[in-house]
Design a protein around this ligand. Sequence first.
Ligand code: OGA
Ligand code: NI
Length: 353
Amino acid sequence: MAESSTPAKFELLATKTVQEQLTEVEILVPQNYILKDGIPLPDPSVEFMDVPVIDLGLLTPYSEGVEELDKLRSALITGCCFHVINHGMTAEFLDEVREIIKQFFAIPVEEKQKYLREVNDFEGYGNDMVLSEQQTLDWTDRLYLTVYPPDQRKLKFWPENPISFRDTLDQFTSRLQVITETILMSMARSLNLEEDCFMDKYGEQRKMEARFNLYPPCSRPDCVLGFKPHSDSSIITIVLQDKEVEGLQFLKDDRWFRAPIVPEALLINVGDQVEIMTNGLFKSPVHKVVINGEKERISLAVFCFPDSGTEIKPFDCLINESRPRLYKKIKNYGDIFFEYYQQGRRPIEAAIM
Ligand code: OGA
Ligand code: NI
């Protein structure tokens, strides 16, 4: 029999459909990190936000600083964050803070586990508490520490490696005390309120908590988030951003915007407790963190809270006919944050009249 000139064509291997393969790629990212439940996927094309830069030197009680006060008020009324410069910390010092964060997360896992948070507690090193099987996890590792008042510090969670960690954090947060006071007084002045009205609520028993965040790169940055959309439960939050890798985005007028990086500045946003005190005049912005496909990002967020027993409610002078009272009196606000956050809800809903 004559041999056929054309060899028989055998199908080598049944190939999988593209959809099947896509699922396999996703499996590389554990399923419980993949966004679901209508949380919007990160959009790579978002624009930069126009974030005002405020010179803190012009906001001392003795300076006029009318223009800076206007910038501050208009940022907060429109639900924007702001950058502060001239805050008394050098660019080199801020780099030192960034460096201790990177060095801490770079130490071997076994050593970091010495600082592991305990079950049902926030403080320490690790990841989110998992409250339900449906919870979509954040692509981040954290170290959460109470830094103020000093007698509430739990030093067993404070890293000793790098060697300068504790001292640098102590210096950074004591400078933040002054910065926070200046900002809270300026916020009051910008609204022609009693200068101490926010400070009185922040109070003698004030608390400051620091969250160090590591956002490792992810092969699927399009389907995970480093931090799901939320607003902060604080009075104000001060963020030291990574110098090179962005990731923080804010929701303004129903659109997402990228927060620019200003290496020598601190980024500040007010939290829900200021929105409640100002009866909704100053807005606590919703924000999230997107992940980079190649590079890790670090950040440090410091939250300022009143003592948990302090009652927070709208200032009487900001309630009137055209601005009826929006929020109830609340206490222990920080406590409800996590539960609401993991359900994709804003805790401020609980305070609406
Ligand atoms: C937060 C937060 C932003 C960031 O910790 O609440 O929003 O850039 N962090 O890590
Ligand atoms: Ni936040």
